[in-house]
Design a protein around this ligand. Sequence first.
Ligand code: ACO
Length: 396
Amino acid sequence: MLKETGYVTLDTGFVNTASCTSAITYIDGDAGILRYRGYPIDQLAGKASFLETSYLLIYGELPTADQLAEFDSRVRKHTLLHEEMRQFFGGFPRDAHPMAVLSSAVSALSTFYQDALDPFNPEDVEISTVRLLAKVPTIASYAYKKSIGQPMLYPDNNLGYVENFLRMTFGVPTEDYEIDPVVAQVLDMLLVLHADHEQNCSTSTVRLVGSSHANLFASVSAGVNALFGPLHGGANEAVLTMLNGIHANGGDVNAFVERVKKKEPGVKLMGFGHRVYKNYDPRAAIVKQAARDVLERTGGNDPLLELAMKLEEIALADDFFISRKLYPNVDFYTGLIYKAMGFPTKMFTVLFALGRLPGWIAQWREMINDPATKIGRPRQLYTGSPERAFVPITER
Ligand code: ACO
């Protein structure tokens, strides 16, 4: 539409509008390609640790062994939460969703670290980066402990990033917690798979909020909220709810697919479809294999895995899904793995947030350092009433 100021483009959902340039992540949705800083995802998954991948995303290059050791040690030093912050958790209802607790706690970090919030001071940005990476796992495990009424465990900085998180989540003060190395390794890999995905809803939110020069904690907390929704990060939780529902109704996968095809309100094949991938999500293939490995390891013969595989098989051969290019996305199988690891459904999206954190940080830093960045301020096409005269309340 031509306005006095020029053309305004209507692109609801930003289907074909780029909001920025970025050198972090490359996706070719038709070919099913995902690369972080040029490295294909299948070469990073299982080979680079989550902290190594975080370093790559945030600083642009893979770290040397010394650089990684130094980064790891800086992160370990900041895993404790401020003691007063621990009290927050007592104030939330016990059945609060841990994503809501996480976003509130991340937002609250700007109240505890007011001395280092300047988005244009590189030292402030650096310490905030480390604080976020270090404290989010602690916050996440405290949110979980609160929900089950168990005491919170202080971090143990002798442990690696994921091991520490597992211990704080599943350990109890009265017993030693034995970390299963396979569980730790798979969880680390899942975090790598989630670490960035260019301008998705939550990352775009982090950039948009940050474009007003809001600090890193405020911007990331907005990203956590954006991730909460079932069409984005909440999909992993929604997949399990869907599978449980099908199982409870006798496991008739075909009947469920028919409901999806009839587009019954609220009935979608969760974990399928993607705005950008019109081919198999390269992360989903890796996750599917990991789901088999973890279930074998934990000895769990989860009937929901059978249901998921049947659903996939039917959908991939059905014209409804083929013609719309709907394939499994990263979240189709992750929930089954998290469940086998012992996480309750409500924690699934929190695990996604843990993984996506370095991506949000890297994108925020790129945005703030890009001289081309302007405050994000989309236009609209007004469809409301033309000008009319005010009517006093007594005459309405
Ligand atoms: N089940 C059934 N039909 C679907 C699904 C699905 N999962 N996804 C899309 N469709 C259909 C739509 O009804 C639409 O059909 P139509 O052309 O007849 O109207 C067509 O496919 C195109 O779908 P859109 O909703 O227009 O695609 P969009 O790019 O806007 O949405 C999204 C992408 C939100 C991911 C969608 O596929 C979806 O809701 N999937 C289920 C939720 C999910 O798994 N989200 C996780 C995404 S990945 C992530 O955030 C990690």
